[in-house]
Design a protein around this ligand. Structure first.
Ligand code: 5AD
Ligand code: SF4
Length: 472
């Protein structure tokens, strides 16, 4: 399904290792949360070599671009960034300093050879499955004048070769991402993920639980389990049997300190009765589910190879809400998939009206070279896509605003994760992932406390501490 896009973020990871010679590492991350997680782990594997994170490329001994290929002009963005980095590399070279430039992630996987041909100053090209081999690649790149390219899908599992993550991952100290599954076997017509991330594979239960325990010990209260098809998780359990996501969620809920569990991204086809029941029975599972539907037209869903109809999705939502009445849903939509008619688009609008989404992401279809839909006849003209996207986004925005407005007057548990933007404010998240701000003492950061919601702001909520006297 791909994962939520995070925009561009420079990743600051670990404290320096005092024993190795000190070198500066700058990582630029595009794309989904899994890339954010991967960037942090690349920082982990490079730390024993003395690499410490810095937040600008100008002084970096190594620069990694962790790229995304899901939509838009991904490769062009990478080449334009590389042009900028080339100048930095040349300036530093004139000063007698070496700069290693690495391109990682899904563009590297899809267009590795092209990158080396067009940007010969790139030293390392590595796909998402090979970043545990980075230290060896860095050594080779530093020695040889030749670029190192590693874009095969190795037989060993990278998670078995990565050092243990000691500290929580981004986005903060109290919330963390944890990758449990990678890759996809669904082959939706439009999607590049099965080609860049490879076949579905799941981490072992033991390694997931060990990482989650370390996170909890270092203060993490909320874990977001990541996977391109996270609810297809099937990891080897400690008893030799295969565990599914439900089984894993129950085990995670036992870890002291972990009070919130989320998972993303799910495929409707992999939502089963046990997982639905867990939303009813396991209080740690947050009542917010990202469940992309992509389209509300059966014809387009079939062309997309999604493996379900619009009514099957409606029925699934119905069963989820029967189990957990306050469950809110978010989704992804693709507008203008090849063959999409006005009637198909209207079916998508109708599905949105029927379901009601708390949050949604909608994109114009963007042909990905090598995917079945890219070569399909009946591509939809850009202006038609634009008009449809605008209409859909207006409806989705209304639903999001209505959902947020429905919180006003309610008391909700908020996990505070940091200071707010204004003096005296602290900020956190509701169970439905809404940012919430209150005036309150810093010592509540890291705790989950009841907040009465008093106002809806554009993309967040304002509230007051329910038991103000207790927390004053
Ligand atoms: N064009 C537009 N959107 C796409 N997505 C995936 N591939 C494409 C594409 N070729 C969207 C899907 C997916 C989300 C992560 O990105 O909606 O769920
Ligand atoms: Fe998701 Fe389909 Fe892409 Fe797999 S192929 S990652 S299910 S959109």
């Amino acid at each position: 399904m791909g994962l939520r896009q995070s925009g561009v973020a420079a990743i600051m990871t670990r404290t320096p290792d005092q024993t190795a010679p000190s070198r500066a590492l700058h990582v630029i991350t595009w794309g989904c949360q899994m890339n954010v997680y991967d960037s942090a782990r690349m920082g982990d594997v490079l730390r024993p070599l003395g690499y410490q994170p810095v937040d600008t490329p100008d002084t970096a001994d190594m620069i990694i671009l962790n790229t995304c290929h899901i939509r838009d002009r991904a490769a062009e963005k990478v080449f334009s960034e590389l042009g900028r980095l080339r100048l930095i590399k040349e300036t530093r070279k004139a000063e007698g300093q070496q700069t290693i430039i690495a391109v990682a992630g899904c563009v590297a996987q899809a267009e590795g050879q092209e990158i080396l041909a067009r940007a010969p100053y790139v030293d390392i090209v590595l796909g998402p499955q090979t970043y545990h081999r980075l230290p060896e690649m860095v050594a080779r790149a530093a020695r040889a004048g030749n670029a190192v390219i590693e874009t095969d899908f190795p037989t060993e599992q990278k998670f078995d070769f990565l050092p243990e993550a000691e500290a929580p991952q981004t986005p903060g100290n109290y919330t963390a991402f944890l990758t449990i599954q990678e890759g996809c076997d669904k082959f939706c017509s439009f999607c590049v993920v099965p080609y860049t991330r490879g076949a579905e594979s799941s981490r072992s239960v033991q390694s997931v639980l060990a990482e989650a325990r370390r996170m909890a010990q270092s203060g993490v209260r909320e874990i977001s389990l990541l996977g391109q098809n996270v609810n297809a998780y099937h990891g080897e359990g400690p008893d030799g049997t295969v565990w599914d996501l439900t089984h894993l969620a129950y085990a995670l809920a036992e870890i002291p300190g972990l009070s919130r569990i989320r998972y993303t991204t799910s495929h409707p086809r992999d939502m089963n009765d046990a997982l639905i029941a867990a939303h009813r029975d396991l209080p740690e599972l947050m009542p917010f589910l990202h469940l992309p539907v992509q389209s509300g037209s059966d014809r387009i869903l079939r062309a997309m190879n999604r493996g379900h109809t619009a009514d099957e999705y409606r029925d699934l939502v119905h069963r989820l809400r029967a189990a957990k009445p306050d469950l809110a849903l978010s989704s992804d939509f693709i507008i203008g998939h090849p063959g999409e008619t006005d009637e198909d688009f209207e079916a998508t609008m109708q599905l949105v009206r029927d379901v009601g989404f708390a949050l949604a992401y909608s994109f114009k279809y963007s042909p990905r070279p090598g995917t079945p839909a890219a070569g399909a006849p009946l591509q939809v003209p850009e202006d038609v896509k634009d008009a449809r996207l605008q209409a859909l986004q207006k409806l989705l925005r209304e639903q999001q605003d209505a959902f947020n407005a429905s919180m006003v007057g309610k008391t909700v548990p908020v996990l505070f994760t940091g200071k707010g933007r204004k003096p005296g404010q602290i900020a956190g998240r509701s169970p439905w992932l809404q940012p919430v701000h209150v005036i309150g003492p810093d010592r509540l950061i890291g705790q989950t406390v009841p907040v009465r919601i008093t106002e809806r702001l554009t993309n967040s909520l304002g509230g007051i501490l329910e038991e103000e006297n207790v927390y004053a």
